[in-house]
Design a protein around this ligand. Structure first.
Ligand SMILES: Cc1cc2nc3c(=O)[nH]c(=O)nc-3n(C[C@H](O)[C@H](O)[C@H](O)COP(=O)(O)OP(=O)(O)OC[C@H]3O[C@@H](n4cnc5c(N)ncnc54)[C@H](O)[C@@H]3O)c2cc1C
Length: 417
């Protein structure tokens, strides 16, 4: 028999955003006696930004995984299940078990789902015959197996899907780390590496795009813009691309490979896409500075599933969460909403083993570095931040609701040469 339970604040999704926002709420609730619950189906949580490092053999999957039970903040109830449908007119959600939960306030953050079905043959091909993906924890360790197995003369393909997808740099970061491995082994010159992206350029922010073009050229990576992966034939080791622009627009390109790192098309979960909360694209429609739903004043959203036009990163959530928490408390207390989120996102671009560029920017692609250094430069210190500093900050501070973050420089003037 289905049951209904009531929770004052209901959070849908206990990933990066859900845990961060719940922990911050607990810290900021002061004298208020808030009842908070998180609906989350998964038993384990991964620090997804490190999946690039796992695929490159730099870190293990196990060191980037924690049981969900240890992350739910104390005093917050964990409802183990998934939301199947939203009913915001009646302040209710329906779970996959058939139970319903009602709420006073709702925070929606169920992330993105990997849509492997959009690439014909991918589901069957993944995890064998050289087909790997850092995006999927089931296949990320196989990426490293594939890289190690590359022989002189090997052909390796790296693909980037249409937007939106998690982390704007992840599809190309693994290409650079693979190239650097081959270089250190002395076989880079013998191999044929291609980066095929649906996008018309290397990166959405011109300052960083210009640097990344140079990095790819340094390794001799053949970059093809407006090439979209549509099929993988795992047995024949052939990948099919549709060409969306340039001289060969409208053509189909079939390439042989020994290894293909596929980055899947992504979309919001079905329960969000089909709900009254969603915009035309299927994302929870929110005001881009306040994170409040455009349709329901008692609903907020953050993270990958919301509509804000920032790059979908954990770094963005770090800056969205305080805005959501403060504004939710303003709604509860009858205050005025703050326009607190400026579109900040950060993407540490691992350009070599031991080298990184940290791309930080806000809405409109304005570059906003945190450190007073030329943000275009590859640095070992940024590699340390990516591999050591940020994971410590994530597990010990961000997911525990600490909000003392370094400020990014919104007055930064980009270099002209
Ligand atoms: C390969 C890779 C590299 C990346 N690199 C970086 C990086 O360098 N820097 C960076 O900042 N970011 C990076 N990211 C992106 C970052 O990890 C994500 O943007 C971030 O984790 C999104 O958080 P989220 O809470 O929105 O989603 P998630 O953390 O994915 O959590 C969503 C949660 O919702 C749950 N859920 C799903 N459906 C439902 C439902 N119907 N009901 C209830 N719960 C549901 C899921 O089980 C999941 O636990 C990377 C991601 C990948 C995959």
């Amino acid at each position: 028999m289905s049951e209904t339970a009531h929770h004052q604040i209901l959070i849908v999704g206990g990933g990066t955003a859900g845990i961060t926002v719940a922990a911050s709420l607990r810290r900021r609730m002061g004298g208020r006696n808030l009842h908070i619950a998180i609906i989350e189906p998964a038993e384990e949580h991964y620090y997804q930004p490190a999946l690039t490092l796992v695929g490159a053999g730099v870190q293990s999957l196990a060191q980037n995984r924690r049981p969900e039970s240890g992350l739910i903040p104390s005093g917050v109830k964990w409802i183990k299940g998934a939301v199947a449908a939203f009913d915001p007119e009646n302040n209710k959600v329906e779970l996959d078990s058939g139970d319903t939960c009602s709420y006073d306030y709702l925070i929606v953050c169920p992330g993105l789902e990997l849509n492997w079905d959009a690439v014909q043959g991918a589901q069957e091909a993944l995890g064998k015959n050289g087909v790997c993906s850092n995006y999927d924890p089931r296949y990320v360790e196989y990426t490293w197996t594939c890289i190690k197995d590359l022989k002189p003369g090997a052909k390796a393909l790296f693909t980037q899907p249409p937007l939106p997808f998690k982390c704007p740099g992840a599809p190309q970061k693994i290409a650079y780390l693979t190239a650097d491995h081959l270089k250190k082994r002395g076989s880079l010159g013998d191999c044929d590496l291609k980066f095929l992206t649906h996008a018309p350029g290397m990166f959405s922010v011109p300052l960083f795009a210009a640097e990344l073009v140079k990095v790819a050229a340094r390794y001799g990576i053949d970059v093809r813009f407006q090439h979209n992966l549509v099929a993988i034939d795992g047995d024949a080791k052939k990948a099919t691309f549709e060409v969306g622009g340039g001289d060969n627009e409208g053509e189909t390109l079939i390439l042989d490979y020994d290894m293909i790192h596929a980055s899947p098309p992504q979309r919001s979960p079905e329960a969000v896409r089909t709900s009254p909360l969603a915009n035309e694209g299927g994302y929870v429609d929110v005001h881009q500075h306040t994170m409040q739903s455009t349709k329901y004043t008692n609903v907020f959203s953050l993270g990958d599933a919301c509509s804000t036009p920032n790059s979908k990163t954990a770094a963005a959530i770090r800056k969205q969460s305080p805005t959501v928490v403060r504004n939710l408390l303003h709604v509860i207390d009858g205050g005025t909403l703050e326009e607190g989120y400026d579109g900040y996102a950060s993407c540490p671009l691992t350009t070599a083993l031991g080298k990184c560029i940290i791309a930080e920017f806000i809405y409109g692609g304005k570059v906003t570095p945190t450190f007073p250094l030329d943000p275009r430069k590859e640095r070992w210190s940024y590699w340390w931040i990516k591999t050591t500093g940020l994971p410590v900050m994530y597990w010990n501070y961000m997911l525990k609701g600490h909000e003392w973050f370094f400020k990014h420089d919104t007055n930064y003037v980009e270099p002209t040469s």
